[in-house]
Design a binder for this molecule. Structure first.
Ligand SMILES: *Cc1c(COP(=O)(O)O)cnc(C)c1O
Ligand SMILES: [Zn+2]
Length: 426
């Protein structure tokens, strides 16, 4: 059964019937959030019940909005690994580092969580065609889950979106359109299409259920930590839905008593690229909203969001959790991708690398201390970003040419971890 009771406007508090396909609050145009009867849930479902279920997104189904979880649209969203990364932690100087690696989810990113729940709920609400603007990965995920549910999906993305991601969405049968500019320009196209064709607008926070899927990142994290919170969560922030979702989810767990009501929330860190850092700028200037970032430019496509719709919620989560926001230059993101691959065999996405680099910076500045548990989200696999993958180009061997002799091999000084060398000796 579902414990969903109503939708509530995040700004004006208006309550709405959750079984109608709402978009933004009809009174004030702000995002709607799903609310549950947590008191009843707490009486009916002991935590022990959950722990007997297989790990994965649907383990937390009572805290999700589906009326019939048995009919969920699923591609097998298993729990993602929470990895200790000792070599990387040592190189970065962050002893308490843990990486939650979302790259193993269907479609290759955590966007699968939002799409699994969002599409499932859209089906329950009778939606036939949904449309969304995307920096890339959300389009691929909604295309995949939409296909799985038999829905029509229209995706509009910037023409600079990495090609594998564009083709991933197309491979799932979506109508994919490319526009010049950023996700903000794609959003204008989608708004117009929704108005003219009656499509359901599945943009970030324009429908209330994507965030419900994303909050399961936080549930899974505390579950894997033995129902304890980490001290710090570093999250690569574009639209900020994952961050807001986890913040909302932790409050639900506290209200249920599954986390002690007295336990302080983790300090949330929003990591952004220096090429598009509206949240960092607003946080630093004590503003409640962001100002649109002019000419957003970064190869971390998921962070190229010039003005997040939920900015006031992101900033509130950062401040209420005594968190912060950090901008990382693209060169540092690239170097961190290389370091994660070489030290741990993790091909992280640029967004995840930005979060890792932010943790490193905060440790260096003393904001993070050695005894703190620091959970960093790698939100997707780097394999989607073919043109940005680090590492030396493999060396071709001509016919008849063998590998270097043992002497030459020894002399060329193979790079060891900690060596820091980058060039292959000729
Ligand atoms: C979308 C995306 C982000 C940003 O996610 P939000 O929750 O919208 O801030 C980060 N990383 C990747 C790989 C993404 O696709
Ligand atoms: Zn409102």
């Amino acid at each position: 059964m579902s414990f969903l009771t109503h939708l509530e406007c995040a700004a004006c508090g208006r309550r709405l019937d959750p079984d109608r396909p709402w978009q933004l609050c009809p009174a004030c145009d702000h995002p709607l959030l799903a609310r549950y009867d947590l008191a009843l849930l707490g009486r009916r479902i002991p935590l022990g019940n959950l722990e007997r279920r297989p790990p994965g997104l649907w383990r937390y189904r009572e805290l999700l909005p589906l009326r019939e979880p048995a009919r969920a649209v699923s591609l097998g969203e298993g729990a993602t690994a929470l990895l200790q990364v000792p070599r990387l932690a040592e190189r970065m100087g962050v002893p308490g580092l843990l990486v939650k690696d979302e790259g193993t989810l269907p479609t290759g990113t955590f966007k699968a969580r939002g799409a699994a729940v969002g599409v499932s709920r859209a089906v329950e609400l009778g939606v036939r065609t949904l449309a969304l603007p995307t920096a890339g990965n959300a389009g691929a995920a909604w295309a995949a889950y939409g296909a799985r549910a038999g829905l029509e999906v229209v995706v509009v993305m910037p023409e600079t979106t990495p090609s594998v991601i564009r083709r991933e969405a197309a491979a799932c049968g979506a109508d994919v359109y490319l526009v010049p500019g950023s996700i903000a320009d794609a959003a204008a196209v989608v708004r117009d299409g929704c108005r003219r064709h009656g499509w359901y607008d599945a943009s970030t926070l324009q429908e209330p259920y994507r965030i419900e899927g994303k909050k399961t990142m936080g549930f899974e994290l505390v579950d894997q930590l033995g129902w304890r919170l980490p001290d710090v969560i570093v999250y690569p922030t574009g639209g900020g839905v994952g961050l807001i979702g986890m913040w909302k989810g932790f409050q639900e767990l506290r209200a249920l008593g599954w986390l002690p009501a007295s336990s302080p929330l983790p300090r949330f860190v929003a990591a952004q690229s220096a090429g598009c850092a509206p949240v960092v700028r607003a946080f630093a200037s004590h503003a409640e909203r962001t100002q649109p970032w002019e000419d957003p430019a970064t190869f971390a496509a998921g962070l190229r969001v010039p003005k997040p719709l939920g900015d006031f919620l992101i900033l509130r989560a950062l401040r209420e959790s005594a968190g912060t926001a950090v901008a990382v230059p693209d060169e540092t993101i690239a170097a961190t991708m290389e370091l994660a691959g070489a030290t741990e065999g993790m091909v992280v996405c640029p967004e995840g690398a930005a979060a890792l680099a932010a943790a490193e910076r905060l440790r260096r500045d003393g904001w993070i201390t050695d005894d703190q548990t620091v959970a960093v989200f790698n939100t997707g696999t780097g394999l989607l970003y073919e043109d940005s993958l680090p590492g030396r180009a493999p060396r071709g061997l001509r016919a008849g040419e063998g590998l270097p002799s043992p002497d030459a091999w020894a002399a060329r000084g193979l790079r060891g971890i900690g060596g820091g060398g980058r060039e292959l000796p000729t």
